[in-house]
Design a protein around this ligand. Structure first.
Ligand SMILES: Nc1ncnc2c1ncn2[C@@H]1O[C@H](COP(=O)(O)OP(=O)(O)OP(=O)(O)O)[C@@H](O)[C@H]1O
Length: 250
């Protein structure tokens, strides 16, 4: 559905490689989590998908159409959307206005209530709230997800949606993603380091040093993490937790 072919991006006078030769195909209705070390290129890849950054090399195909040189608006019109790390607040605008705008002006009351319910918010309590500082970070994030669902996107990209929200709200946010993944056909791409989010993934994409290092299932990803933790890291072939050399690890 969305295909990245040999995408590279370099910046600056020194042509620093941010992404090199990234190829990947995203399928319809799947939930992907992109993870990996800081500076590995995850956000840059998301920005390339959105058209915020231009690839230096490579090609992006969306439903067979070459969108490599399309800008953000053109991609948004095709149904590719992006959620902000910190959702914007809009002074003087109510939740219902925001949802209506996102739906292109065509959203009746019932539909807006359903959207709010799907992101775990009581529609009666929230539909007439102002989108301002009175909303908590978690509430605002879920309202933003509702606006994304209202846009009926084909691909929705979320960059670290957990940023800035507390543990309790985060649990609800993870449930929200599960719910929308179950109910909607949108392909969801989430950049995250969080186990709860990784647990929702149909596929986990591990990025490091500007490359896709691995594409794996969440089960395999967690099994690999556990094995890495158990592997001897001191070079003495001990096994963490069962060897007298255990204290040498780390
Ligand atoms: N516009 C830019 N100009 C110069 N360097 C950039 C630019 N955008 C990203 N980088 C660099 O590219 C590398 C990858 O950044 P990116 O934000 O994509 O990583 P990330 O995997 O999302 O990291 P994090 O987990 O910390 O958010 C970093 O070293 C970053 O400083």
């Amino acid at each position: 559905m969305l295909e990245l072919k040999n995408i590279s991006m370099n910046v600056g006078k020194e042509n620093k490689d941010i992404l090199s030769d990234v190829s990947f195909s995203f399928d319809r209705k799947k939930l992907y989590v992109i993870t990996g070390p800081n500076g590995g290129g995850k956000s840059s890849l998301a920005k390339i998908i959105m058209g915020i950054y231009d690839a230096t090399d490579g090609q992006i195909l969306f439903e067979g159409e070459d969108i490599t040189h399309y800008d953000i608006t053109q991609r948004a019109n095709l149904g590719i959307g992006y959620a902000f790390q910190q959702p914007p607040r809009f002074k003087g605008i109510k939740v219902r206005d925001l949802l209506k705008m996102a739906a292109g002006g065509q959203a009746d009351h019932q539909y807006m209530c359903k959207l709010l319910q799907d992101v775990g918010l009581c529609s009666q309590d929230y539909i007439d709230r102002d989108v301002d500082d009175s909303l908590s970070g978690g509430e605002l994030k879920r309202i933003e997800i509702a606006t994304i669902m209202a846009r009926k996107l084909k691909v929705a990209v979320f960059d670290e949606p957990e940023a800035g929200i507390d543990l309790w709200s985060f649990q609800k946010l993870a449930e929200t993603f599960k719910n929308i993944h179950d109910k909607y056909d949108t392909t969801i791409v989430i950049i995250s380091h969080q186990e709860r989010i990784l647990n929702l993934a149909d596929e986990v994409i591990v990025m490091a040093e500007g490359k896709v290092k691995e594409v794996t299932s969440k089960e395999q990803f967690f099994a690999d993490m556990e094995r890495d933790e158990l592997d001897c890291m001191c070079g003495l072939d001990c096994v963490k937790g069962v060897d007298k050399n255990v204290e040498l690890i780390g």
